[in-house]
Design a protein around this ligand. Structure first.
Ligand SMILES: [Zn+2]
Length: 294
């Protein structure tokens, strides 16, 4: 997967976004998308024999005037070791080895790739997690001294996480998303200038969180796994792997409401097209009357 670097500005100062794919994942087709609900959707992907094409596992690096922020940490090459999931019990072992396929080498890991673009991992200000699934947390071991931020709701009520595989010193800071921002009821400012905001976008997990970044060229939404590709949002299609489709629906409509007022570029964590969309700053809706500020 081709990485991407986009130079933008924020209030006239330089801002750089890097998309780094930490290897590839493939999921069951009906895990990515299903018209069924609840237990039926789970059964449909468990017994699905078809896998998707290889998908990226994006980590987003934001070089912001207030520091370097990492959104998620990607996968590690351990996922290709068939015994890696055994410590999590037979079910998790069976689930993770039968429902997902991974292609991750040591060189794909985030520490190696950060140093390749000249960023020392010690200089990362904060790691911001979208949720606690392994393909987003498995690079955490490379950041033992960095502050790790997670939505408190995700910490209190995780879904499908594998705590046995967390790094030894995993002490994330739970952030309470308790302020309203435009269309979103549960948000929290991350930077002092208010340009980077954590936004609760439940559906994939109970406390799934996207990160919204204001730039002079428009807003960018690091959408995590709320959607796997942009059309899923436009066409109201839902993943079979969602914990709660009703809440995902609400998250979709909040994002679409916001995108009708502002130029919004949406970057899901496993979307092949995220790189090109960032490169061209291609919004979900085109409209010349968009406001670039709240
Ligand atoms: Zn994921």
């Amino acid at each position: 997967m081709q990485n991407v670097t986009k130079k933008l500005t924020i209030d006239g100062e330089i801002l750089v976004i890097h998309g780094i794919s930490t290897g590839l994942v493939s999921v069951k087709k009906s895990f990515r998308e299903s018209s069924k609900k609840g237990i039926l959707s789970i059964l449909s992907f468990l017994f699905d024999k078809e896998f998707t094409e290889w998908l990226p596992i994006w980590v987003w690096v934001v070089e912001h005037p207030e520091g370097v922020f990492l959104i998620d940490t990607g996968a590690s090459s351990n996922v290709t070791n068939k015994d890696y999931f055994k410590s999590s019990g037979w079910f998790a072992n069976w689930f993770n080895t039968s429902q997902f396929k991974f292609k991750v080498t040591r060189d794909d890991e985030i520490d190696v790739q950060l140093s390749k673009i000249g960023i020392k991992k010690e200089t990362v200000e904060k790691v911001l997690l979208t949720h606690l699934h392994l393909d987003h947390t498995d690079g955490l071991k490379h950041f033992p001294e960095t502050k790790i931020y997670v939505n408190l709701r995700e910490l209190k009520k995780p879904y499908g996480n594998l705590p046995k595989l967390y790094p030894d010193r995993f002490k994330p800071l739970g952030i309470e998303l308790n302020s309203v921002f435009e269309n979103f009821d549960n948000t929290k400012l991350i930077t002092q200038d208010g340009s980077l905001i954590a936004i609760q976008t439940e559906g994939h997990t109970h406390g799934h969180t996207a990160y919204l970044l204001r730039t002079d060229e428009g807003y960018v939404l690091f959408a995590g796994d709320l959607i796997y590709y942009q059309d899923q949002l436009l066409l109201d299609k839902y993943a079979g792997g969602h914990v709660n489709v009703k809440k995902a629906k609400k998250s979709y409509s909040n994002i679409k409401g916001f995108a009708k007022k502002h130029k919004l570029v949406i970057l899901p964590s496993h979307d092949i097209d995220s790189a090109e969309r960032l490169n061209e700053m291609k919004p979900i809706y085109e409209n010349t009357s968009f406001a670039n500020k709240p």
